[in-house]
Design a protein around this ligand. Structure first.
Ligand code: MTE
Ligand code: MO
Length: 224
């Protein structure tokens, strides 16, 4: 595996994120995602319907901005581009002014992608990993997967997609988590190939501190 700049290969795929070891959120049944914002009609989409759409398999490395990379993960899911162009359009009808998409998780975390980044051919609404249904650790029942961006754009436990007509920062419903994210200042695009780690600071400055933080968090997670 040849790694992008500043990344370190680790042998496994840890559960990682703002939840810091908290159990996965409870998902109301039957599971659905809400599509809202700049659409003509709000839509509550049952996941059973999404599961019936054509799926695509994708093998990709996963890169966390803190510096760890998990190689060769095999995902399966619905192409977000196909979903956006074929499925939202007839029913919910996105506004022509849509410029960004907010992907919200049931834990309160949300990631905002530019429309361009979200429509990349490799972006999936993923419901399977390694040939099995997505587990709680990795975002059950459904997550976004955007392999060309740092992991923080790949929102887990997806329960809503909001269509936006302007940029918004990645954040969290929980005030403390939102403040932490604001202080961290994640880059709005997060493209791994360009090493877009931080909104303002150069990536080389952050590699050391982020990797130290990652090692601490990974060690704590393995002790549990
Ligand atoms: N809902 C939700 N999605 C999230 C996060 C989170 O805290 N909550 N953390 C992000 C971060 S920082 C990373 S690196 C990846 C980790 O995915 P994993 O737990 O499947 O390894 O999830 C991303 N998506
Ligand atoms: Mo991350």
């Amino acid at each position: 595996m040849s790694l992008p700049p500043g990344q370190h290969a680790i042998g496994d795929f840890p559960r990682f994120g703002s939840h810091r070891g908290a159990p996965p959120p409870r998902i109301a049944q039957p599971a659905a995602i809400r599509i809202e914002g700049a659409v003509a009609q709000r839509l509550e989409l049952p996941l059973a319907r999404l599961a019936a759409l054509p799926h695509r398999e994708l093998v990709a490395d996963f890169h966390c901005v803190a510096g760890w990379s998990a190689p060769g993960l095999r995902w399966s899911g619905v192409s977000f581009r196909a979903f956006y162009e074929g499925l939202i359009v007839p029913e919910a009808r996105p506004d022509a002014a849509v410029s960004h998409l907010l992907f919200g998780g049931a834990d309160g975390y949300y990631a905002v992608l530019t429309l361009e980044d979200a429509l990349d051919a490799d972006v999936l609404l993923a419901d399977q990993l390694g040939g099995a249904p997505l587990d709680g650790d990795h975002g059950a029942p459904l997550r976004l997967l955007s392999p060309a961006q740092y992991g923080y754009k790949s929102a887990k436990h997806l329960c809503r997609i909001e269509l936006l007509t302007r940029a918004r920062a990645d954040s969290h419903r929980n005030a403390a988590a939102a403040l932490t994210l604001r202080l961290l200042g994640p880059h709005p695009r997060a493209r791994v190939a360009r090493e877009e780690r931080h909104r303002h600071l150069p990536a080389w400055l952050l590699r050391g501190p982020y990797w130290a933080l990652a090692i601490g968090l990974l060690r704590a997670a393995r002790r549990r």
